[in-house]
Design a protein around this ligand. Structure first.
Ligand SMILES: [Zn+2]
Ligand SMILES: [Zn+2]
Length: 403
């Protein structure tokens, strides 16, 4: 007896209204092979229609993933200003961090800003997609259901159209179906690996299509709950998941300031002919800059120090003192433009952070320096103006800077 242990049927999918062309391999139950053994009370027409329904179901699922993902991106970009520019995204993340008041969030934003941005976007998009409306439906579930139903209806129309002639054979029907459905879906000839060509030629096509339409129609109800439960992870096989596409479109330049490590604010990943810049720089304490004599964390920003006669030394300067104002003479610093201006103190927001998380900042950097250099740092000179800053003032400074 011939066995069919590795039967593979290839189904090609062309998603409607998109340039998506996906294909998938569907491994069928090896026990389903030719000739179709009609079980008691299950006729050949029903059996063939069930096999086709399963194949079409998988193909329809594949066909909706990319459009659902794109639809979510369009929706978010239209209705959420924070996803329209890097500045607006940073503004919302910073306001959100201040509201939550979790030092670890600030730390991630300071040390790994691009990772922090991506992670915030992923969580935001995920929460948003799962948010329930008044009908207790999530956005992603609604979109998935909407597109699934639409594709099922289109496939049913193609089945009907292929069945309009009388006295056609199954092969004729299949050919007609593939012709009418080619924009949406197609069934390959490998289908005949699963039942004999001769056997299905005697099928009652009208009965077969009635059965197929009925079972396809039922999918709209039977799959509703599955689609309602869709989350971002259900889209992990799409070319680009929505949060990844949104992040990529907003991250822009990933360079960071060679002194304080704040992100470059340019909106494009490369900007030839234009220096890296940032609207304001961190106060030195944020990035663990300290006076080697007093071990006191510094409060001035990069703008203030490059306007001074102070010097710095590190591996880039081969541990030789170099004046901050000459930073562009160092290759690693040359592509940055940092305005030399003693009036450009830290933004009120970062003053608020330093004043409210002084202990955590000191502990964090002291741990590093104790391991590396054998001493701790301190931060005892914070002005009272910084300490008296209100949350509202901190937030307002961010809204103004990123408006
Ligand atoms: Zn800087
Ligand atoms: Zn840049």
């Amino acid at each position: 007896m011939k066995t069919h242990s590795n039967i593979v049927v290839t189904v090609s999918v062309n998603a409607p209204n998109s340039d998506l062309k996906a294909s998938g391999e569907i491994k069928l139950d090896p026990n389903i092979g030719k000739p179709v053994q009609t079980e008691k009370n299950v006729d050949l027409e029903t059996k063939v229609s069930n096999i086709l329904k399963d194949l079409l179901l998988k193909a329809i699922y594949t066909s909706i993933k990319d459009p659902v993902s794109r639809n979510i991106i369009d929706h978010l970009k239209t209705s959420h200003p924070e996803f329209r520019s890097k500045n607006k995204l940073c503004r919302n993340i910073m306001l959100d961090m201040r509201k939550k008041g979790n030092f670890d969030d600030f730390l991630m934003y300071i040390r790994e800003p691009h990772k922090a941005l991506k992670s915030w976007v992923e969580k935001y998009v995920s929460d948003y997609c799962m948010e329930r409306d008044s009908d207790d439906k999530s956005l992603i579930g609604k979109k998935a259901n909407e597109m699934f139903r639409n594709n099922v209806l289109q496939v049913i129309e193609c089945v009907k159209e292929a069945s309009e002639s009388n006295e056609i054979t199954f092969e004729d029907w299949l050919q007609r179906f593939n012709n009418t459905a080619e924009e949406i879906i197609s069934i390959s000839d490998n289908l005949f690996d699963h039942f004999g060509r001769k056997e299905v030629q005697v099928m009652d096509i009208n009965y077969f299509t009635t059965e197929l339409i009925k079972s396809l129609d039922d999918l709209k109800i039977s799959e509703e709950k599955v689609l309602d439960g869709w989350e971002l992870k259900e889209l992990k096989t799409v070319t680009k998941q929505p949060h990844v596409l949104i992040s990529e479109s907003l991250l822009g330049c990933t360079a960071v300031c060679p002194f304080c490590k704040i992100m470059c604010s340019q909106q494009t990943d490369i900007h030839p002919g234009t220096d890296h810049t940032a609207p304001s720089h961190f106060p030195g304490a944020i990035w663990g800059v300290y006076d080697p004599n007093t071990k006191e964390l510094d409060l001035p920003t990069c703008n203030e120090v490059v306007a001074s006669d102070d010097t710095f030394r590190n591996r880039a300067t081969e541990m030789m003192p170099v004046k901050y104002k000459d930073y562009r003479s160092m290759e690693a610093y040359a592509s940055w433009s940092i305005a030399a201006d003693t009036s450009l103190e830290a933004n009120l927001y970062w003053k608020w952070v330093v004043a409210n998380f002084t202990q955590q900042i000191v502990q964090y950097w002291s741990k590093d320096y104790l391991e590396d250099r054998g001493y701790e740092v301190k931060c005892t000179n914070i002005p009272s103006e910084w300490k008296n800053m209100t949350e509202e003032e901190a937030d307002e400074s961010i809204r103004i800077m990123f408006q």
